[in-house]
Design a protein around this ligand. Structure first.
Ligand SMILES: *[C@@H]1O[C@H](CO)[C@@H](O)[C@H](O)[C@H]1NC(C)=O
Ligand SMILES: *[C@@H]1O[C@H](CO)[C@@H](O)[C@H](O)[C@H]1NC(C)=O
Ligand SMILES: *[C@@H]1O[C@H](CO)[C@@H](O)[C@H](O)[C@H]1NC(C)=O
Length: 408
């Protein structure tokens, strides 16, 4: 049957628009392909800087963006005006000079914003996030030549050097066996400032001090979470895993810069942070054991406020393992600090569980009993009853003891 004239006209029209559509589609695919190819090569690590690496270290693709964003004071008005209600579909990559930017811990920005930070309170190691107009909205690029990470458990002992291109710590801490440069890798022999002979032996020593069965620090599963304060490259936390213990390792970006970068590259739970003026970001009673070996913290400052913060995050009967000259050195200065610390922890109702071989282990009480038996007016006071011990985000520390809730 012959189709009517009108219908044929329609069919031709459809065919024509189909042709047009498919050629448009092909053009679109080709141009997308070209765009991908261009961006693909400029994102590929190692390729990026081979040909056109501008002197300022910024990425050629996004140079204009980065130049605007990194400008000291001036932002293009469109960027600052729209930054708050920007709906982002994709992020550009930041220039290479931002490859180690940590947005809320950016010392350069803190200087530029002229924040009044009290260095003796360590406020400069605390979080200070940029206002919306100073946010970069770009992705931090990996270091040039970045390799796929070595996976746990091999990563406990080695990482690619090119992934954390900072080796001055290896030189500085070589005698303490923190880490050793070995060709294109960095090795971690497991040492620390206090435990040159390795974290594994040190952990067994702690378990022995506490008379735990089988020299196993987990004590039959009673110790599961540990907070390591001033952790270095976090070897202590790394070796706790074989005792079935998860440690959170904490250190600031201080003179041992990049220590947390190494810890994270090794796959050890860790975070940049400091005992300064704000609570640690954990609810009360988060950890069964806290540890500090030569963490260089003055625990006596401000009426013991930092030790009281450790006390808050320790569970009932939790331990504080302290390996530091203050606990064992015999010179007058360290003896004086030891006496003052002993006095403070006694008023906090801690008692010594064991003291041996340059390490003291205190244990926190199991109930409120000891607190209520203290002489009236004894410092530190108990925190007020409207204090929420589990509020942890951006909460200022206070020099008070967090009691257990009444129902306990
Ligand atoms: C820093 O804090 C300490 C302790 O609170 C205080 O004595 C000192 O005056 C403060 N310094 C500055 C510069 O604010
Ligand atoms: C320690 O004990 C835990 C169980 O409580 C076990 O999983 C772990 O393998 C033990 N580790 C060592 C080193 O003995
Ligand atoms: C601890 O000290 C004792 C004697 O004081 C010694 O025999 C032992 O080897 C020491 N242990 C460690 C781990 O240093």
């Amino acid at each position: 049957m012959k189709p009517p004239q009108q219908q044929r006209g329609n069919v031709e029209g459809v065919l024509l628009s189909r042709k047009l559509f498919s050629s448009l589609l092909i053009a679109l695919i080709v141009s997308l392909g070209l765009v991908c190819l261009y961006y693909g090569t400029s994102f590929a690590p190692g390729l990026r800087h081979r040909d056109h690496h501008p002197a300022d270290g910024s990425d050629p693709v996004f140079r204009s963006f980065v130049a605007a964003a990194s400008d000291e004071d001036e932002y293009p008005s469109s960027l600052s005006r729209d930054a708050a209600d920007l709906v982002v579909k994709s992020f550009p990559v930041c220039g290479m000079r931002f490859s180690e930017l940590i947005p809320c811990l950016d010392r350069n920005l803190m200087n530029q914003l002229k924040l009044k930070l009290n260095l003796s309170l360590m406020e400069h190691y605390e979080r200070h996030c940029p206002p919306p107009s100073r946010r970069y909205n770009c992705l931090i690029p990996p270091p040039v030549g970045y390799k796929a990470v070595i996976r746990w458990p091999a990563s406990r002992d080695e990482v690619w050097k090119v992934n954390v291109p900072h080796t001055h710590l290896a030189g500085e801490k070589s005698d303490q066996r923190w880490m050793v440069v070995n060709g294109d890798k960095i090795n971690f022999p497991g040492g620390g400032t206090h435990f040159h002979f390795g974290a594994a032996r040190y952990i067994v020593h702690i378990a022995q001090m506490l008379k735990f069965p089988n020299d196993n620090l987990s004590n039959g599963g009673n110790i599961r979470t540990v907070l390591d304060v001033g952790c270095g490259v976090a070897s202590f936390g790394a070796y706790l895993l074989s005792h079935n213990i998860i440690a959170m390792s904490l250190a600031p970006n201080d003179v041992h810069e990049n220590q947390i970068q190494f810890a994270l590259e090794r796959g050890i739970p860790s975070m940049l942070g400091v005992l300064g003026t704000k609570r640690l970001p954990y609810p009360s009673r988060s950890f069964e054991l806290a540890h500090c070996s030569r963490c260089r913290i003055d625990w006596l400052q401000r009426d013991g406020i930092l030790l009281l913060e450790l006390d808050r995050v320790l569970r009932p009967g939790g331990y504080f393992v302290y390996s530091s000259p203050e606990a064992y050195a015999t010179d007058e200065k360290n003896r004086r600090i030891w006496r003052a610390m002993s006095d403070l922890v006694q008023r906090m109702c801690w008692r010594i569980a064991s003291k041996k071989n340059q390490t003291v282990i205190w244990v926190k009480p199991l109930s409120n009993g000891c607190y209520s038996r203290r002489d009236p007016g004894t410092t530190p006071p108990l925190c007020s009853s409207d204090d929420d011990p589990d509020a942890a985000w951006n909460v200022p520390m206070e020099a008070c003891i967090t009691p257990y809730s009444k129902s306990k």
